[in-house]
Design a protein around this ligand. Sequence first.
Ligand code: ATP
Length: 321
Amino acid sequence: MKRIAVLTSGGDAPGMNAAIRAVVRGALYHKLEVYGIERGYEGLINGEIKELSVGSVSDILQRGGTWLKTARSKRFMTPEGFRRALDMLQNFEIEGVVVIGGDGSFRGGLELTKAGITVIGLPGTIDNDLAYTDFTIGFDTSVNTVLSALGNIRDTSSSHERSTVIEVMGRHCGDIALYAGLTGGAESILIPEEPVDMNKICRTLIQGKNRGKMHSIILRAEGVEMSTQELAKTIEERTGMETKVVVLGYIQRGGSPTARDRMLATRMGYKAVELLLEEGMTSKAVGVKGDEIIYYDLEEALNMKGCHDKSLMELAEIMSI
Ligand code: ATP
């Protein structure tokens, strides 16, 4: 393989830039030509493709978001758009593409695979919702952002002696809520993978108050069926405690990546290049298990199910007795 390209697609995540940098520098180190495709699959269709040098990726390691920009592309999912995307890869004689994104972006990569392109998927999403890998790029930064917000909210909620329901991101995966809740000492954590036990939530709050607790934090992952407003209203009605709502929103997606995310992104980015250098390599998804960088066949990785660690939820419950 002589020429490869890298793109970011779907929602942005802190650490994507570190991954781009690792792909570019790793490729150049091994004498590959490397192209950056802007705005994900949409940019590919538009031919927004430029050759990158070592200097192109200077000063991006520490930045949040994605320097290559990202997009969701409906056109890529039409036969005409897809055909144009393939034509563009052919025009530039690009044989391998590193796709940094979530499951949707990987599905797009799978379509390219069927058309003869080798795709290496790097999991770039704050949601940690890809079952084949322990962690995704951006998740750790997002958890730390939530943790810091939780600390601030705790200060004010304890001054006013009230409870606060904090809504965090994660789509159908509760990991951001679980990790931030466990490390931030939330009184209750609600995730989509577990049913809501309203009796228990109210009981924990009342018992805490009886012990002299000045405040309570309830973390709700956005995928939980009961809405944040409804949850706060029910708590207020059933405990008599004033309950506020905070929706953290996009602050969870931004910010400079943590050392852990930069390390993960750098290791995964370089692994993508190593894989593309192997003769006859087929499409893969790169991940991490324990401290080891691993990879699966792209389709196999996409078919894996289940993203939540039950033992952590049990630990969180023990910690909030
Ligand atoms: P995040 O998890 O952060 O939202 P994502 O990669 O899952 O990221 P999506 O919007 O689902 O984000 O997907 C990004 C793009 O990938 C889509 O806009 C579309 O262009 C492409 N894509 C998604 N699903 C498919 C599919 N089944 N076939 C072809 N392309 C797809």
